[in-house]
Write a protein that binds this ligand. Sequence first.
Ligand SMILES: Nc1ncnc2c1ncn2[C@@H]1O[C@H](COP(=O)(O)OP(=O)(O)OP(=O)(O)O)[C@@H](O)[C@H]1O
Ligand SMILES: [Mg+2]
Length: 252
Amino acid sequence: MNFMDVVTARVLTKDYGSLRAVDAIDFAIAKGECFGFLGPNGAGKTTVMRIIYCFMPPTSGEVKVFGMNVAERPSDIKRRIGVMPQEDNLDPDLTVFENLIVYARYFDTPKKVSSGLASELLGFVDLQGKADVKIGNLSGGMKRRLILARSLINNPELLVLDEPTTGLDPHSRHAVWDKLNLLKAKGATLILTTHYMEEAEKLCDRVAIMDRGKILTIDSPGRLMQMHGGNLEDVYLKLTGLRLLEGARLES
Ligand SMILES: Nc1ncnc2c1ncn2[C@@H]1O[C@H](COP(=O)(O)OP(=O)(O)OP(=O)(O)O)[C@@H](O)[C@H]1O
Ligand SMILES: [Mg+2]
């Protein structure tokens, strides 16, 4: 851990009843870094993201964001982060534009400021033509892009993005990559999960490969490919596959 770390986790554990979803993991994410969590369905990625964005506290262990404990100062942390949850939690009764304005209210942004910002952000995600459309009339990918725009309404220093490009067409996905790189160039710290290895390779300075609540490895995509051979998908399949075989041996 050092003073440039934006997020630190020590022996982070999360149980849902008798299920241990995250199992005593440690990691540190530096300021300005793009850090990715990779891993199969159910590995525990969303659980880690939810703890970082203060949706729920850890069962045990300690997570700090901007040096503040998530269990003690969630409001102070939430003010400074942008969140893109895995699920669609847009308000279906409101229009695209209204969704942004209402969200800005949580941050006490004056209406005048939030109106300008909302228009700008709709342009940023290429939805300017949809401002007055109800959420139910958007396509899946458009909703995803709106949630990305919404996550930027408070000008966050840290973005926590749970599968930001799932469901996007290739053009939109590339456009979102460009946007995330732009935010990174401006100094934002990015934490994301993805099932697209190309995305992790293009965006992430470092990735944590998770499986069954544990981190198998943390390193840069470049170093992982060098050490294990092949592209990042080969590395991922090798590491998570080995783990599955170990599990099978233990169970048999
Ligand atoms: N609210 C909950 N209550 C009970 N169990 C949960 C809850 N949320 C997740 N789990 C369980 O915790 C484990 C980890 O789930 P999590 O959503 O963190 O995985 P994930 O890595 O994000 O998977 P995916 O790639 O499918 O999004 C899974 O076994 C899941 O069934
Ligand atoms: Mg998930």
